[in-house]
Design a protein around this ligand. Structure first.
Ligand code: IMP
Length: 426
């Protein structure tokens, strides 16, 4: 038995969806524990591409129980659409469970996300405008609406009216239009009926599964540097993508977690605003973007691309207590003569080995690179370390030395089985 947390070690989009899908084969339960439909997980199975935003990627296996934990913010309209999409694709969704204490994203959250982002002007965060930040704001302000409230018509109506008084006032201040209770009430009560069969006490479900010796996988969304506490604040999301978030967002104690795997791309990408020391603005960045299809699953935005940054990986190892790394998209670097790894930052004449928290300092950091020879070979059919060219292995070994943890998995293509397992996770 084991319970494994899988998190993003960089700025999100590390390929967690593919990895979760790969590991879900052996998992009995897969849990999303934070974020909302700002996330986008792409999974390719037998040439069919699935794009999921809220439902754990484990849903593609008929026997796997999939849980949307209390730490997730749920847009019920999006969830209903995703359920319908999966049903159309012939995927069974009976194995989904939704936490009764997960907070609900309301239409005013989404509108506020848009208008507040617009008002920030030059200081904009680059949010996905899905209402995720405003929904977490209400949770912390203790005015949020949870799934359990949505399912109770009277409770929902009362909370909605109370909240609308405030939100409509705020939207008016921003020069935007408010909502009538009716225009929200009707569709949301319909969603409530559609989602009711799935809603339960998911902390209980997960803890029972752990006690029964099942394999449990916690699927993080976004990444370490987007964590509201540990990321590049304020250019972060409003939840905890780091490993600690799994305990809070699923309702399990830290003593129940056996392993934490950090998923890292073989290079670095970022969407949205904020400093990015190893960003490549020229042809090398374009090459990675094109070869790696680096365009957002949720917003379609081109991702900013750069070399692998070992300072970030060491930081992810520290704040999440990573047991190992899963390195993804190594094949994207196949054509390059030279691959570079950032080993530290130069800042005001000093060498920094640790990630600085002042954004001004981070923006002024210049990366110190180590160059390694490329492998100039197609690696997409490799299924073991031995089948990888020596220079690709050298790159992996150097990453292990710099990060201080082993690489347990290497992904060499988007397909489910384009994966090299160095050390089994379960
Ligand atoms: P929000 O989560 O929509 O509030 O956006 C806050 C920041 O997190 C922005 O920089 C987004 O681009 C980034 N972000 C949110 N979700 C993802 C994701 O799944 N992958 C990568 N970046 C994300």
């Amino acid at each position: 038995m084991s319970s494994v947390v899988l998190i993003g070690a960089q700025w999100g989009d590390e390929g967690k969806g593919k990895l979760t899908d790969f590991l879900a084969r052996q998992a009995d339960v897969v849990i999303r524990y934070q974020g909302g439909n700002n996330a986008g997980h792409t999974v390719v199975v037998d040439g069919r591409t699935f794009k999921l935003h809220l439902i754990p990627s484990g849903i593609l296996y008929p026997g796997t129980l999939c849980v949307i934990g209390n730490g997730v913010v749920v847009d019920p309209g999006v969830l209903v659409q995703e359920l319908e999409y999966l049903k159309r694709e012939g995927i069974l969704t009976d194995n989904l469970r939704i936490s009764e204490t997960a907070h609900v994203i309301m239409p005013y959250h989404q509108r506020l996300d848009e208008v507040q982002e617009e008002r920030r002007g030059a200081y904009k965060i680059g949010t996905t405008k899905r209402g995720v930040g405003p929904a977490y704001m209400d949770k912390a302000a203790r005015t949020g609406i949870r799934m359990v409230d949505l399912l109770d018509r009277e409770e929902f109506e009362q909370k909605l009216e109370r909240n609308l008084a405030d939100k409509n006032h705020l939207l008016g201040v921003y020069g935007s239009q408010g909502f009538t209770p009716r225009e929200i009430l009707e569709p949301y009560l319909k969603y409530a009926d559609q989602l009711r069969p799935y809603v339960t006490d998911t902390s209980l479900v997960i803890n029972e599964a752990i006690a029964a010796g099942k394999h449990v996988l916690f699927e993080g969304a976004q990444g370490t540097l987007l964590d509201v506490d540990h990321g590049t604040y304020p250019y972060v999301t409003s939840s905890h993508p780091t490993a600690g978030g799994a305990c809070i967002g699923a309702g399990v104690g830290p003593t129940k977690i056996d392993k934490v795997i950090g998923v890292a791309k073989a290079y670095t990408t970022r969407v949205g605003e904020g400093p990015f020391p190893t960003e490549l603005l020229g042809p090398d960045g374009d090459h990675i973007r094109e070869r790696g299809y680096e365009f957002g699953t949720t917003t379609g935005r081109p991702r900013r691309c750069g070399w692998l940054d070992a300072v970030i990986l060491r930081y992810a190892v520290r704040v999440s207590g990573l047991s190992a790394l899963a390195l993804t998209k190594l094949d994207v670097l196949d054509d390059l003569d030279t691959v570079r790894i950032c080993t530290g930052y130069r800042y005001k004449g000093e060498v920094l080995k640790e990630f600085p928290h002042g954004l001004k300092a981070l923006a002024e950091c210049t990366p110190i690179y180590e160059d390694l020879p490329g492998w100039k070979q197609d690696i997409t059919s490799a299924r073991s370390l031995e089948e990888l060219p020596p220079n690709a292995r050298r790159y992996i070994e150097r990453i292990e030395e710099l990060a201080g943890v082993p690489v347990a998995i290497v992904a060499v293509g988007p397909g489910r089985y384009q994966t090299v397992t160095v050390t089994p996770i379960f």
